[in-house]
Design a protein around this ligand. Structure first.
Ligand SMILES: Nc1ncnc2c1ncn2[C@@H]1O[C@H](COP(=O)(O)OP(=O)(O)OP(=O)(O)O)[C@@H](O)[C@H]1O
Ligand SMILES: [Zn+2]
Length: 738
C-alpha cells in the first residue's frame, strides 16, 4: 500500500507521526476528549502531555473511539508519557459518572482527580554515598576516613549530611574520599512516606451491640462487593470504634480504605484515636496541606503505599488503585456538599465510587439524613444500630426553657433557669457549654435615631459586628468596614446599637455572670485551623477550661469527659427561612450539640431556650425519639414529592446587571419543561438576591422520583442561550436554597 495523501510516513513528514490515535481528556472545562496521534501504544488511563493551542497540557488517555473522520495530518502528537500508575478504569468511570450526574464538563471533574500535576513526575531520587567495592591501592585511610568506611559497611547507602554527622567529620572529607576512590556516589533507597496502620493490633473490647455491628461490617468488607450500610447509634455509642473494625478488615484484605470527615481541621480527637487503634497515623487529605505533602500523598495513594486515607470531600477523587471501603462519618453534614465549581454531594458520590470499586460503603451518624434513613427503610442500604452509650453512660436529660415565661433580663440573652444551671454545674467543678450558632458580637447594627440598618454593599445581607476586631463584616462576601462614628443615613453621632446576640456577646454576658470561670470561645474565627482546634480540645480535656462558648464547631463529634451541661441560647435560630430541611437540620444540629453532655460517669443535662417550645423539633429533642421525628418529616415531604420522595434541581441565574439576570431567568421560565410529575417553581429572586455584587434569580425543577432530572435539564438549558455576562449554574440535589 502506498502512502496516501495523508502522508503518514514519518520520513516524508516531520511534524506528525502516527500509527495510533487516542482520545485525551484534559482537566479543563471541555465537553469531551480531544484526539491526538501517537507512535507508541498508549493505554487508556495513561497520563500524557499534549500540545494545546500554543501551550501544552497534561491530560489522561480516555476511553472511547477517536474520530476517524479527522485527517491524520490535522492531528497533533502526544509529546510525553508520564511514568506514574495509570488512572484506573474505576476512577475514569467515576469522573464520567459525576460529570453526567452534575451536568458538569468531564474535564472539570477530571481536574479534581488531577489536582496535583507535580505528583505525575517521579520524586527526584536523593543522592548519597556507598563504599567502593575495593579500596584503590595507595589510598590513605586516616582514622576519620575509617569511621566513614565503617558507617558504609555492608553496602549501605547513606546521605552525605547524615554520614558527616554520624562520623563527626566535615563534608569536605567525603569529597576527598570520593576523589581517592574510597567511596562512590549512589542513589538512596526511597524512604516510606507513610507508616502502615497495623490491622493486627487488637482494638478495644467491644460491647455486645458494637461487636455484632462490627462483625456485620467486617463481613461486608470481606465480600469484596459493593454494599452500603447505614450505621446509626446514639451520640457516644461508639460508632467510630465499630467502623475501625471495618477498616482493619479492608487492610487485612490488602485493600485501601477511605474515610471522609466533614471537617478535618476539627478532627484531632479522631486522629488520636485512630493512631491509638492502629499504631500509625492515616494519610490526610484536605485543603491546608503543603504542596509537597499533597504531591507525596497523591503518589502514595496511587502506588498503594497509603493504605488508609482520611480526607475532606475532595479525597473522593484520589487515585486509589484498590479501594475496599469508604466510610462517610457524620453523613448528615451539609459540609459534604460542594457548592462551587462542580456542585456535588460527597456522601452520594462516595456511594457511587464504592459501587464502581466493588467496595463496602459505611455511612455513620447519630442523626442520619432523611435520604439515608429512607434508603435503609426501603432496603437499598443495610442498617445497623447501636442503641446505648458506651460504658453505660446515660443519655442527657433535655429540657426546654420557655423564653415567653422566663425571659432573660432586658438586654441579656441567658434566662434565669439557664444561668442557674450553669452556676450549679460550675460549682460542682464540672464543665458547661453555651451554644449559639452565630459568629461575632451582634448579627445586626441599627441606628437608634432613624432605624437605618447597616447592610453589605455587595450582598442582600446585614453586616455582623465583630467587636473584638472593631469591625462590621459580611459573612457572605467577606466585606469589612469600621463601625461608623455617625449613622451613614441620618448623621446622628454614636447612634448605632447592636441587635441580637452572637457568641462574642454571650461571652460578654458570661464574663459578667461568672467572672471566675475560665472561658473559651470556639468559633471559626477563633479556631482558625487544626492546631488551634487541637489546643482547644486539649485544654477542655485537661480541665483548663470551665465554660465553652461556641458555634456549630462545638457540635462536631467531640468527646469531653467532664462536660455535663449544654445550654442552647437560641434553639429556634435554624427554623426561620423556607428551607425544606430547616426542621431536619435544626434537629440534627441541636441533637448533636446536646450529645456532647454527660458522655462519661456523670449525667448530662441540656437546656434549650426557645420561644416555640411546642414546635415538633423542640418536642423531638426533649423526647429523643428520632424515629418518630423522621417519620413525621417523611410524612410531610412524601405527598408533595419533596426529596427524598422526589427529585430536585436548582438553576441559579446571576449577573452584575439585574435586567440581564432577569431576562435569562424569564426565558428559562418560559422554556420550562412540563408534563406529569414535573414541576418548575420560579423564576424568583433568590433569598440572597444580591451576592458579591451579582443579582441572582432561582428556578427549581421538581420531579417524581422515577423521572431523571438530567435529561430534562439538558434539553431545557439548550433552549436558552445566555449572553456571556450571565452565569447559569445548575445544582442537582440542592441542599442550600439561598
Ligand atoms: N469498646 C470500647 N472500648 C473503650 N472505649 C470505647 C469503646 N467504644 C467507644 N469507646 C469510647 O467511647 C467514647 C464514645 O465513642 P465514639 O466517639 O465512637 O461514639 P460515637 O458514636 O461516634 O459518638 P458521636 O456520634 O457523639 O460522635 C469515645 O471516647 C470512645 O473512645
Ligand atoms: Zn457581602
Amino acid at each position: 500500500m502506498c502512502p496516501g495523501k495523508n502522508a503518514e510516513d514519518p520520513r516524508s513528514h516531520n511534524r506528525v507521526v502516527t500509527g495510533q490515535r487516542i482520545r485525551v481528556l484534559l482537566p479543563l472545562p471541555l465537553a469531551q476528549p480531544y484526539d491526538y496521534s501517537t507512535t507508541e501504544q498508549i493505554a487508556p488511563g495513561t497520563f500524557v502531555e499534549v500540545p494545546l493551542g500554543r501551550r501544552s497540557a497534561i491530560g489522561v488517555a480516555w476511553d472511547g473511539e477517536p474520530d476517524r473522520g479527522l485527517p491524520a495530518g490535522r492531528l497533533r502528537a502526544v509529546t510525553r508519557v508520564f511514568d506514574v500508575p495509570a488512572m484506573t478504569p474505576t476512577l475514569r468511570r467515576f469522573v464520567d459518572w459525576v460529570a453526567a450526574y452534575t451536568l458538569s464538563p468531564p474535564g472539570a471533574v477530571l481536574r479534581m482527580a488531577m489536582s496535583v500535576p507535580a505528583a505525575l513526575d517521579p520524586p527526584a531520587p536523593q543522592a548519597g554515598w556507598r563504599r567502593a567495592d575495593a579500596a584503590p591501592a595507595g589510598a590513605r585511610v586516616t582514622p576519620q576516613r575509617a569511621k566513614v568506611m565503617a558507617l558504609l559497611a555492608d553496602g549501605a547507602v547513606r546521605a552525605g549530611g547524615e554520614i558527616a554527622e554520624a562520623a563527626g567529620v566535615a563534608p569536605a572529607l567525603l569529597r576527598g574520599m570520593a576523589d581517592a576512590g574510597l567511596i562512590l556516589p549512589a542513589l538512596l533507597p526511597r524512604a516510606r512516606r507513610f507508616a502502615a496502620p497495623d490491622a493486627q493490633r487488637p482494638g478495644p473490647a467491644l460491647g455486645p451491640e458494637q461487636d455484632a455491628a462490627a462483625a456485620a461490617l467486617r463481613a461486608s468488607v470481606a465480600r469484596r462487593a459493593f454494599a452500603t450500610t447505614l450505621l446509626t447509634g446514639v451520640t457516644g455509642s461508639g460508632k467510630t470504634e465499630v467502623y475501625f473494625e471495618a477498616i482493619a478488615e479492608a487492610l487485612r484484605a490488602g485493600r485501601q480504605a477511605l474515610v471522609l470527615l466533614p471537617e478535618i481541621a476539627l478532627s484531632t480527637q479522631w486522629l488520636d484515636r485512630f493512631a491509638a487503634r492502629f499504631g500509625a497515623a492515616p494519610a490526610l487529605w484536605h485543603s491546608e496541606l503543603t504542596s509537597r505533602t499533597r504531591r507525596d500523598t497523591w503518589r502514595a495513594v496511587a502506588e498503594g503505599e497509603a493504605t488508609v486515607l482520611v480526607g475532606a470531600r475532595s479525597a473522593l477523587f484520589l487515585p486509589f488503585p484498590d479501594l475496599g471501603l469508604i466510610v462517610v462519618d457524620e453523613e448528615h453534614e451539609t459540609a459534604f456538599k460542594q457548592e462551587e465549581g462542580v456542585v456535588y454531594h460527597a456522601r452520594d458520590m462516595a456511594v457511587v465510587r464504592a459501587r464502581l470499586s466493588g467496595a463496602a460503603c459505611v455511612l455513620a451518624s447519630a442523626t442520619p439524613s432523611l435520604e439515608s434513613t429512607t434508603n435503609a427503610e426501603t432496603g437499598r442500604y443495610a442498617a445497623l444500630h447501636l442503641p446505648a452509650r458506651h460504658g453505660g453512660a446515660a443519655m442527657p436529660d433535655v429540657t426546654l426553657v420557655d423564653l415567653r415565661r422566663t425571659p432573660p433580663e432586658r438586654g441579656r440573652f441567658l434566662s434565669p433557669p439557664l444561668v442557674a444551671a450553669v452556676s450549679e454545674t460550675l460549682a460542682r467543678g464540672e464543665q458547661a457549654m453555651l451554644f449559639l450558632n452565630r459568629r461575632g458580637y451582634a448579627p445586626m447594627t441599627l441606628c437608634r435615631a432613624c432605624g437605618h440598618r447597616m447592610r453589605c454593599p455587595n450582598c442582600t445581607a446585614w453586616l455582623v459586628e465583630h467587636r473584638a476586631q472593631r469591625r462590621l463584616q459580611c459573612h457572605h462576601c467577606g466585606h469589612v468596614e469600621a463601625p461608623p462614628e455617625a449613622c451613614p443615613n441620618c448623621g446622628a453621632p454614636h447612634s448605632t446599637v447592636p441587635i441580637g446576640p452572637g457568641v462574642e456577646r454571650v461571652l460578654e454576658e458570661a464574663s459578667a455572670l461568672w467572672p471566675e470561670a475560665r472561658r473559651l470561645v470556639m468559633a471559626s474565627d477563633t479556631i482558625p485551623g487544626p492546631a488551634a482546634a487541637a489546643a482547644a480540645a486539649k485544654a477542655i480535656q485537661d480541665r483548663e477550661v470551665d465554660l465553652v462558648i461556641g458555634t456549630q464547631i462545638v457540635a462536631k463529634g467531640w468527646h469531653f469527659p467532664h462536660l455535663t451541661l449544654v445550654g442552647v441560647v437560641d434553639a429556634d435560630l435554624g427554623l426561620a427561612g423556607g428551607d425544606l430541611r430547616a426542621g431536619e437540620r435544626t434537629f440534627q444540629l441541636l441533637h448533636q450539640v446536646a450529645g456532647r453532655a454527660g458522655r462519661e460517669e456523670r449525667p448530662g443535662r441540656v437546656l434549650l431556650q426557645s420561644f416555640a417550645p411546642e414546635h415538633p423539633v423542640m418536642q423531638a429533642l426533649v423526647s429523643g425519639d428520632i424515629d418518630a421525628f423522621m417519620a413525621a418529616e417523611a410524612d410531610a415531604r412524601r405527598p408533595g414529592h419533596w426529596p427524598p420522595f422526589g427529585r430536585l434541581a436548582a438553576i441559579i441565574v446571576s449577573a452584575e446587571e439585574e435586567r440581564a439576570a432577569e431576562r435569562v431567568a424569564r426565558d428559562l421560565g418560559l422554556a420550562a419543561p412540563g408534563g406529569e410529575g414535573i414541576e418548575v417553581l420560579g423564576p424568583a429572586p433568590a433569598p440572597l438576591a444580591i451576592l458579591r455584587g451579582r443579582h441572582r434569580r432561582r428556578l427549581l425543577l421538581k420531579t417524581r422520583r422515577d423521572i431523571a432530572v438530567q435529561p430534562l435539564l439538558m434539553e431545557w438549558l439548550a433552549k436558552v442561550d445566555p449572553p456571556g455576562n450571565v452565569r447559569v449554574q445548575v445544582d442537582v440535589d440542592p441542599v442550600g436554597f439561598l
